[in-house]
Design a protein around this ligand. Structure first.
Ligand SMILES: [Mg+2]
Length: 259
């Protein structure tokens, strides 16, 4: 009896300590595994780029000839895959920091999402200019340029890479492109990549804003799946920084909708 009691206490203590620490490190494990190991993720990427191809094929030849057309695309988890960074952090039991990100970005070894390179090359062939509007820091410009060139992405040049310098909102940078070009498509994994109306909004308002432009998804707006991070995650934590892992855990639990 005593043995069983001791064993139970041991199991309970192990469970509680496991519950308080380990899952905080691995909270994104399933999301990253889905990105890396689910063929369903791969199929969704192809689906997005196939749809995007269909849309550019709909543009009349006359318009392609006469107008200066552009596609604005995000980079991370829209065109290039950084899941390796998140995976490595989990393997090492580390957390994302500015330094761990920089170490990864400096390697210029992100791979392309399935279908991304082919789509952007097809768009370029039609005479459409590609602008990479990313919230990577301007410190990452050179390493990212090397990465984009390695992947044979069109318009991989500094003039077409509008990175984060002053504000995380991409609106100003989108407007800068729109001064000279007609933007026919926006691509992103984060709704902030499309319009500023999604920024800093709670989840229910993000839902409402999404519904307001429901005709545009799959048309002018092409969305790629990202279960690991994004503005949705900030909204989940009510845009609060410096939360403890336990507070985050509680907030996640509160958000779960049961029946
Ligand atoms: Mg992104």
């Amino acid at each position: 009896m005593r043995k069983i009691f001791t064993l139970s206490v041991f199991v309970l203590v192990t469970y509680v300590s496991f519950g308080q620490t380990v899952p905080q490190v691995y909270v994104k494990e399933y999301a990253v595994l889905w990105q890396q190991d689910a063929a369903e993720y791969r199929a969704l990427c192809y689906q997005a780029f196939n749809l995007a191809t269909l849309r550019i094929n709909e543009i009349p030849a006359k318009k392609l000839k006469k107008s200066k057309l552009a596609i604005i695309t995000d980079l991370d988890e829209t065109i290039i895959d950084n899941s390796y960074n998140e995976a490595q952090l989990m393997k090492d039991g580390k957390f994302y920091t500015a330094a761990t990100w920089k170490a990864w970005a400096d390697k210029s070894m992100a791979t392309a999402l399935p279908g991304a390179v082919e789509f952007l090359q097809a768009a370029k062939q039609k005479g459409i200019t590609i602008f990479y509007v990313s919230n990577r820091s301007t410190d990452d410009l050179n390493s990212t340029l090397i990465n984009l060139k390695k992947l044979n992405l069109p318009d991989a040049k500094l003039e077409n890479m509008l990175f984060l310098s002053t504000t995380s909102s991409k609106e100003e940078r989108r407007q800068a492109v729109m001064k000279d070009y007609e933007v026919i498509m926006l691509m992103g994994d984060n709704l902030n990549d499309f319009m500023s109306t999604f920024e800093k909004k709670p989840s229910d308002e993000r839902f409402a804003e999404t519904d307001k432009v429901k005709e545009e998804w799959g048309k002018k707006f092409i969305v790629l799946p990202n279960p690991s991070y994004g503005e949705w995650e900030n909204a989940l934590y009510q845009y609060k920084r410096d939360l403890t892992p336990e507070q985050r855990e509680t907030m996640r639990r509160e958000k779960l909708k049961g029946y």
